[in-house]
Design a protein around this ligand. Sequence first.
Ligand code: NAD
Length: 367
Amino acid sequence: MDIFEQVGRMKHERVLFCSNNDVGLKAIIAVHSTVLGPALGGVRMWPYNTTDEALTDVLRLSRGMTYKAAAAGLNLGGGKAVIIGDPKKDKSEALFRTFGRAIDSLGGLYISAEDVGVDMEDMELILTETRWVTGVSPAYGGSGDPSTVTAFGVLQGIKAAARWRYGDRSLEGKRIAIQGLGSVGGYLAMYLKEKGAQLVGCDIDPEQEEHCAEAYGVEIVPTKEIFDVECDIFAPCALGAVLNDETIPRLKCDIIAGAANNQLAVPRRHGPAIDERGILYAPDFVINAGGLINVYNEITGSGYNRERALRLTRGIYLNMMRVFEISKTEGVPTYVAANRVAEERVANVNKLGATHWGRLVMRQRPV
Ligand code: NAD
């Protein structure tokens, strides 16, 4: 396997290019920051057209992980990896095991997890070669599917937004529109129903719609009409960039709070555009940190514990309130306030000196 490094690209601490023609591996591991702890982030497998496209993606995604971990108060840095390939055609045991060796060569600086195109079985192949893996099945001491915990975190963020906007965190009778009734959206519907909310939703997959209509009483609307639904809260739980020039003027809600990553198409333009419409925006990387909090619990303390993960995830309520407070006192959009929270924490901890990873203890895995 060939591994070479590029240091100092976009201020990332390390960028590792890994290739092995024998097994068809072409991958990049980006470590954006390890100020707060080891860089944790998913491995994405995607048929990028060029290496440059893959590099742009992994640099952007790894930086996002630094912000997410910092704002959630975790002792984790930000990292991400991409494997260039088609997940439907190019997967093999040798490819994932070779990639596992590349991760291992970093000695714990980067810790991997599942992402788009990579499933639990692939992660278990990576685990054959390195212990720096999270998100594996409970059979391997992992936490399994993070979606329930992510949805539970989104619920905390929605409650905080309701408290800020209406002076009351109760969701009883609130009309909430969910775009995307997949893993997170489905569990969110379950939690919201328990809280007495009235649910509207859509999914491009009719099976998911049917399931959520039957199980949680979700009123189904056509996917194209979800932005026009009159509601109190809009919860994007499908794709990124859904808050854009076309959709923001159509929204008829008081609050936007959902799980999807990178919801603002162009943050600098669409953050203020949402403010101008008088809508409260719960920044995505603060509200959807439950999944990261979940895997963090896998590698800290005495091993994974769901109760502990949920307890820590409840903290998203206070994290969100802090963001709203800063947004108000400093007169900046909420996404700017969230960035500030993350940047200030990294800057403060950086004063401790490099590799000060607090009390984070990496648990040994049976490999
Ligand atoms: P998922 O694939 O299980 O669910 C997404 C759902 O959205 C699918 O059912 C899909 O059919 C539907 N969808 C796609 N395009 C749509 C459209 N235009 N209109 C309506 N529905 C559409 O994914 P997930 O794990 O539930 O993640 C949802 C979002 O939350 C993603 O943006 C993901 O990056 C983000 N997120 C997920 C987690 C997690 O723990 N799974 C953690 C953090 C962030």
